[in-house]
Write a protein that binds this ligand. Structure first.
Ligand code: ADP
Length: 432
């Protein structure tokens, strides 16, 4: 099956977010972690869209550009017909990049002369009006993003922000035009192109606006934006007969023991862990006792594996802010984080070697560490557990004969209080 849409995401959880949005709109989606060397379209099963997850949001510009071009080249090989560059809905970037330089390079490589830049994602409160990005009720520059440690966003005007990152001209298609429908939007694109613009920031306040914009970019080789703008794309493919009627996503078909691992200390995860501890055997991790993370992981894995056939178990380093503060003042923030992440990576690999097949992981960085340690190269995206968090099934991309794993990877603050039960209940038809 040829791939219709080829996506390049500038971070891991952003890739999953985009994949999940496309699945909810009826596409079959595979997420690939990094650019696969040799994988071909047939390794992607029946996917309609593929999302390559990079780590290019804050890396040096030349790396972001070369990784993105490598992803594009591979997506062309697997037959993608339209391309999508996904970045954060808060346009996380600096004056030197990486959104502008990557977009320039992708357009050049596609011999294309124009693309939109639309990070709007109204369901998560990100809207654009007159080119100004709002986060909830406040301008981007007044939101907590102004203090982001790596990409502080202090200018809410996206025309200005993108203009500083590229030598190309950046125009605006404002809400008055969007509200007149996709044909008017297309006319506005043509006018901007005639005026020498290579980019258009496009206003959007709700999902209907995103639908209009999605239709207007049906012929664009490259679309750039947040996950929201992907809402409108599947319908274009259906209109053209490229995509069949929406099929419900399949759950992972993976039997075997289950582990829940929580390395997030976010509020939602703390509530979820408190509930899970009452239900399943649990192991609390104290980062101060992880002087050798590999040995500690091996020891705990042996203990867990003795009884894992009896039912799920929970391992958590989740702690309240005071405890985290204490750990950080003793170890340093980065060392504390790295140590706990390395521990969970080793633990996941040991448990997999011992027969564990289903992994539920809480925490964005923690998930990244676990997926890397497990060597998961790609995942087929399944149904959503809670908003923004799908079940996934690992794919080996034809490289080995490893058994597939079921993976639910959530960023810390996602999911309701019963997230873990809900996730496991879905795999077992409600009986966990
Ligand atoms: P979230 O998605 O909630 O941000 P992450 O996994 O991305 O979760 O980040 C949590 C970070 O906190 C990780 O680097 C993790 O290793 C670290 N961490 C987890 N538990 C503790 C703890 N008890 N003390 C200090 N740091 C911790």
């Amino acid at each position: 099956m040829p791939i219709i849409l080829g996506c390049i995401a500038d971070d891991f959880t952003g890739a999953t977010d985009l994949a999940n949005t496309l699945v909810k709109n009826g596409m079959r989606v595979v997420q690939v972690n990094g650019v696969p060397g040799s994988a071909s379209a047939k390794d992607l099963g029946d996917a309609d869209a593929v999302v390559v997850a990079l780590k290019s949001r804050t890396c040096p510009v030349h790396e972001a550009v070369s990784d993105s071009l490598a992803a594009l080249a591979w997506l062309k090989v697997v037959g993608a017909k339209q391309f999508f560059f996904k970045y954060c809905s808060t346009f996380d970037s600096t004056d030197i990049g990486n959104i502008g330089p990557v977009s320039d390079a992708l357009l050049d490589a596609l011999h294309a002369d124009f693309a939109i830049a639309c990070p709007a994602f109204p369901t998560t409160g990100r809207t654009i009006y007159k080119g100004y990005l709002f986060v909830g009720d406040v301008l981007l520059s007044e939101s907590s993003l102004k203090d982001h440690p790596l990409t502080p966003m202090r200018d809410p005007n996206l025309v200005r922000v993108l203009s500083r990152q590229t030598d190309e001209l950046v125009g605006l298609v404002d809400l008055n035009i969007v509200r007149h429908g996709y044909e008017r939007v297309r006319t506005a694109f043509e006018a901007l192109k005639k005026g020498g613009n290579r980019y258009a920031i496009v206003d959007a306040l709700d999902d209907a606006d995103l639908g209009v914009i999605g239709r207007a970019v049906a012929d664009h080789p490259l679309v750039t934006g947040g996950s929201g703008i992907a809402l409108g794309l599947p319908e274009n493919y259906r209109r053209r007969g490229l995509l069949g009627a929406a099929t419900p996503p399949r759950l992972p078909e993976v039997d075997g023991p289950t582990i829940v691992m929580a390395g997030s200390c976010s509020q939602a995860t703390r509530t979820q862990v408190a509930r899970a501890r009452k239900r399943w055997p649990s192991h609390q991790i104290d980062p101060l006792k992880l002087s050798d993370a590999a040995v500690a992981a091996r020891t705990l894995a042996d203990e867990i594996l003795r009884d894992i056939e009896a039912g799920p178990q929970v391992v958590y380093s989740t702690a309240d802010p005071d405890t985290v503060q204490k750990v950080q003042s003793e170890l340093g923030r980065n060392r504390a984080g790295d140590t706990v992440e390395r521990f969970f990576g080793h633990l996941a690999a040991n448990l997999r070697d011992g027969g564990v097949r289903r992994f539920v992981v809480a925490g964005g960085e923690t998930s990244g560490a676990v997926v890397t340690a497990l060597g998961v190269r790609a995942m087929r995206i399944g149904p959503e557990i809670d908003p923004g968090v799908p079940w996934t099934e690992s794919l080996t991309l034809g490289a080995t004969d490893e058994a597939p794993l079921a993976l639910a990877l959530k960023s810390g603050n996602f999911g309701g209080e019963d997230f873990f039960e809900k996730a496991l209940g879905m795999l077992d038809g409600g009986d966990d």
